[in-house]
Design a protein around this ligand. Structure first.
Ligand SMILES: [Zn+2]
Ligand SMILES: [Zn+2]
Length: 258
């Protein structure tokens, strides 16, 4: 595979990137949709986090913006491939399973740091207009996972370029980044509590609760899947941060319906 990638033409890399990202978005999104909307509720495990209705046309908007991000991420594969062609970066030759595992672990940590910083910047006065399209999904769905303004997609999509310049990663570890990202992204946007018995403060895998709060409150919880950056910088939201506004909205819609 390593040789194949290195010897491909630029348009083949872009095409491969498009198929790769589209399959990840549709495949993991569909799996999450079936799990969180049908299978888990049917067996009585877990629950919806934000019971408010979706906005009008929300799914259509999420699909359109995600298609644009898939185009950017897919064709953007030309950049890491270009670094290899220029000789500015290299791929590891015959990496051991241990090396791949350690590299993936490091890339998960780097991805958290990169996401936190980018996301924090996107919440500043200067950049927030490029982040608001993502936040139009106040109640999240799995299809919001790639629903970004093109500039946000470019800012997030460059995550592997810097690590590639400082270390010869294995192709497996680099290819794992979009895979764990879409899985974490789906957990974050699932609007479903997959760990209903876990204590909010202690359990590191509660990405779904944390990111649901970020969308419901707009601020705080800037991290991706794990809480360490928010804890480090004091931006973590309390578990009940969205309770009052969800209750108020539900009471309002019940009044309107009566
Ligand atoms: Zn945000
Ligand atoms: Zn989000």
């Amino acid at each position: 595979m390593r040789e194949l990638i290195l010897n491909s033409q630029w348009y083949e890399i872009m095409l491969l990137g498009l198929v790769f990202f589209a399959s990840l978005y549709v495949g993991v999104g569909a799996l999450n949709w079936v799990l969180s909307r049908f299978l888990l509720p049917a067996i009585g495990y877990g629950h919806i986090l934000d019971p408010r209705p979706l906005a009008r046309g929300q799914l259509r908007r999420e699909w359109l913006l995600s298609a644009s991000s898939i185009f950017i991420f897919g064709t953007g594969m030309i950049f890491p491939w270009g670094l290899l062609q220029l000789g500015w970066a290299r791929l590891a030759i015959a990496p051991s399973n241990w090396q791949i595992a350690v590299e993936i672990f490091l890339l998960v940590i780097w991805n958290e740091i990169h996401f936190y910083c980018t996301h924090w910047l996107l919440h500043t006065r200067w950049l927030k207009r490029f982040h608001l399209p993502h936040h139009r999904s106040i109640v999240t769905t799995p299809w919001a996972s790639y629903s970004f303004h093109p500039l946000e997609a470019i800012m997030l999509g460059n995550v592997i370029l810097l690590p590639m310049l400082v270390h010869d990663f294995s192709l497996d570890a680099l290819a794992a980044v979009p895979v764990f990202s879409i899985i974490f992204n789906n957990i974050g946007h699932s609007n479903y509590d997959f760990l209903p018995d876990a204590h909010h403060d202690r359990w590191w895998l509660n990405g779904a609760r944390r990111h649901h709060l970020h969308h419901a409150c707009y601020t705080g919880n800037f991290g991706f899947m794990f809480p360490f950056m928010d804890r480090l910088f004091g931006t973590a939201l309390p578990p009940d941060a969205a309770q009052a506004r969800i209750k108020r909205d539900l009471a309002g819609s019940a009044r309107d319906a009566a």
